[in-house]
Design a protein around this ligand. Sequence first.
Ligand code: FES
Ligand SMILES: [Fe+2]
Length: 452
Amino acid sequence: MPGPDGTGLPGRLVVEDWDALTFRVNRVAYRSEEIFQAERDRIWARTWLYLGHETEVATPNDFKTRTLGGRPLIFCRDTGGTVRAFLNSCPHRGTILCREREGSSKLFQCFYHAWTFRNNGDVAAIPGKDAYEAAGEGFLDSMRLRTVPRLEIHEGFVFVAFDPGVPPLLDYLGDAADYMTMISEQHAAGMEVLPGTQLYGVRGNWKLGVENAMDGYHFAPTHNTFVGYLRETGFAVTDDDQYAYNLGNGHGLLVLTGHGGRISMLWEPRFGEDEKARTGAHRAEMDRRLGPERARYVADESHILFVFPNLLLFDLEGLSIRQLEPVSAGHTDVRAWQLAPRGEDADTRALRMKTMVSFVGPGGLATPDDIEAYEAVQRGIEATAADARAGTDFSDMSRGMIDEVKGVQGRSIDEGAMRGFWRRWVDVLGADGGLEVTGPRPESFLEGRNVR
Ligand code: FES
Ligand SMILES: [Fe+2]
């Protein structure tokens, strides 16, 4: 079904109807390899992407290898202490240069012809270099490791872009930036990524992972085991007074207060009496350090922040960083890390780890349910593939559109944050006719949430 713009993309990917108050997404968006390739070219190659946290390469010579948007990278701190990102491809003939997942090294040596590079990108040694002598010094210079064109860091979160023309990172993050600052303000000593990565593959499109995270509607029915467990411990689970925000540029935010406490900031019964005393002391310190109003935003609300296109911050009981790496239209690799206060006392740390693995960990009470949900979507939408009946091969995300008309803040149990994501997606993809809007669109969407 070639699209009207000659790109090979189908038209009408997202259909917004303000008369009928419906918002529909063409399911081809989750299935099509052509769309997957267009995403690679127009999203992953052209916007800021989350690479990692600078505390993952805390000391000089630390390195990690990681694939982003299909491109293998080396993420390292060089001997002089600068955080860097290189394309993990030997400048000689293209071999993967660093074949380890992580480690510490001043040098990277290619196994193919043994060219060796310093961790600042300089060529350190070329076997039989005399054969290139006539080419002069410029030759060595041209063979330096290829850096990723842009790298910027906000509050320890390291972002890269393969397009040198992207705007400054802070402009791109917009209102999402402050929610990352709030994370760094949780503890006076700052935060660090704990060793170890949770890695898993999901048989589903990456956008289903975004939808799932921005979808408070599924919490009670999908995670009913967890909800039951919280209720048994004496926590009053509720979906009331929880909101969803479009932060612009496709970034989204859920603000949650009724789904659980927060280790060291907001006590709930399952954390135990010892933690209650520690929380009280830390919370008082936060009030002094940040002022009561800011401390309330930082400590008393849980946040799920999505930074378009590949970063999810689950700032809930503890803090889990999740990175999405699409592998094909129907397959996504997910990587997750725990971000925790530096120098935290052993009891709080143990409680934090136990609580995190019991909910958002890959074997916890939430994540397997969520993965089953989005794999089940990927399987289920095969049923309507190529069904030409009007509207049949579309998914519905209309929930809460009425609030956009009324100018009322969208709730976390509605689908407004997803709509914001999809509008941005279709815009970045640049497919002519990809977005069809009928009826009078409300003049101002409720976007952003200024808590500064
Ligand atoms: S390809 Fe790396 S040294 Fe030849
Ligand atoms: Fe979930």
